[in-house]
Design a protein around this ligand. Structure first.
Ligand SMILES: *Cc1c(COP(=O)(O)O)cnc(C)c1O
Length: 440
């Protein structure tokens, strides 16, 4: 393989497992980028409407969603005490409001995967039921919870490869519909996630290898069974659209909080990235609403910065972190991915503002800080996103970004959202263990 990419400064730093801040040189004005994308606003609307059709069914299967009338949605919460702490402890110099998008507390799956994962299972369910004549589009979808329908879905299998949270989301949702479900778990997956899945009746196959290998095997096994459907995290447009709906809901929440987003009031959003589906889908949704007024940054562990490596080299899924000598090993199980999604990398190439990478030790420091200041627990993977607001003005690369997009004098009026991607389902004993983890 041609290794000229090692001459790219950020790639060289990443290969040394150094922390980096990066601004995307391929970012394009939204007006130019949007028409060349393989996804459209109509695709988001389609996904949004499908979730609304399923709301009566979701309420029936998951009574915890009745409060929000069957919509699986999370709170957007100001975290001023955490903001003060980050400014004093880490010289973050955050101006404007800092908010937490609590997908960590989403119903059903307790992570951002409750968006894409459940959406894809429901989409497949609708496809099967319409084709079998069990459902008409105008029906009340709660009929899908009938004994007759459950028996029908019991003849089908859903499979997925996962580092943990996607498996939980697909497993719990599939079992609720009535499917047989098989989750192919990579070596990074935590034991409690496997145990929880088995308790829902899912079959869990464990691998000694990484995420890409688990996906490959899952895909192969599923392809050999005509009644099996594979949720393909590396390529799925359905997952992507399920995540993208988040932005439409966020729009209403910002309005409720009387927070403006426009040219004078920029919005910064920081999201942890694994294979790219969740942050990519959310990022696309955000850009489709706020265009150039929203600035989306991803965060990845120093040993598994697959999306940044794919973007900075332009090789996307044709390169993996092991190619530059990294291990892919990280305490951030949700981000332990060595090779990015090819589909997502190409879609977001003109949309992403930049990236931050961080050492694992900070995951636990930020986790404790949020818990101590605001009383909110989120899992270590989700804490990667705090690296964004802390470091935005502390790297030359991202400071230059603020200058070149004329943002410097608007920062007092900016809003920063840290996307908390998981945590609610972490059992008490594991939380305690995390809180007592200190890395060098
Ligand atoms: C899956 C996950 C992510 C990243 O999502 P990808 O689609 O893999 O990029 C981030 N945080 C948590 C907690 C996750 O489970």
């Amino acid at each position: 393989m041609n290794r000229d990419y090692m001459d790219i400064p950020v790639v060289k730093k990443m290969a040394e497992a150094a922390q980096v801040g990066w601004a995307n040189p391929k970012l394009m004005p939204w007006s130019e980028a949007k028409d060349a994308l393989p996804v459209t606003a109509a695709d988001i609307t389609d996904a949004e409407e499908r979730l609304e059709r399923f709301a009566p069914f979701i309420m029936k299967c998951f009574p915890e969603t009745i409060d929000r009338r069957g919509l699986i949605e999370s709170a957007l919460t100001p975290i001023p005490k955490m903001e003060d702490f980050l400014n004093s402890a880490y010289k973050a110099d955050i101006k404007g409001a800092l908010l937490l998008k609590q997908d960590s507390h989403l119903a059903v799956a307790g992570s951002v995967k409750a968006r894409g994962g459940i959406y894809e299972v429901l989409k497949h369910t609708e496809d099967l039921a319409l084709e079998a004549g069990l459902l008409k589009p105008e029906d009340d979808y709660s009929i899908l919870a009938s004994e007759e329908c459950r028996a029908f879905f019991g003849g089908y299998t859903i499979q997925v490869g996962s580092t943990g949270n996607l498996g939980l989301s697909i497993g719990i949702a599939s079992a609720a519909v009535g499917y047989e479900v098989i989750v192919h778990m990579s070596a990074d997956a935590k034991q409690w996630k496997k145990d929880m899945l088995r308790s829902h009746g899912a079959k869990v196959i464990e691998y000694d290898s990484d995420y890409s290998e688990a996906v490959k095997n899952g895909r192969k096994e599923s392809d050999s069974n005509p009644k099996s459907y594979f949720v393909d995290d590396e390529n799925s447009k359905n997952l992507f659209m399920g995540y993208a709906v988040a932005a439409r809901r966020l729009q209403g929440q910002l309005e409720e909080l009387k927070i403006s987003v426009d040219r004078e009031h920029p919005l910064f959003v920081y999201i942890p990235c694994g294979v790219g589906g969740a942050p990519g889908g959310v990022a696309y949704g955000l850009k489709s609403i706020w265009g150039d007024d929203v600035h989306v940054f991803f965060a990845e562990p120093v040993q598994a910065p697959c999306m940044l490596l794919g973007m900075a080299t332009g090789l996307h899924h044709e390169i993996c972190v092991q190619d530059v000598g990294l291990t892919g090993l990280t305490h951030a199980d949700g981000l332990a991915v060595g090779r990015p999604s090819g589909f997502v990398g190409k879609v977001i190439e003109p949309l992403l503002s930049g990236e931050f990478t961080l050492h694992d030790k900070w995951l636990y420091e930020y986790m404790r800080a949020l818990d101590n200041t605001e009383g909110i627990f989120i899992e270590p993977s989700a804490c990667a996103a705090f690296e964004g607001p802390i470091m935005l003005k502390n790297y030359e690369e991202t400071k230059r970004y603020l200058v070149s997009y004329g943002l410097e004098d608007k920062m007092e009026r900016a809003t920063h959202i840290v996307w908390a991607t998981g945590g609610r389902l972490v059992p008490p004993d594991i939380r305690k263990e995390y809180k007592n983890t200190y890395l060098a």
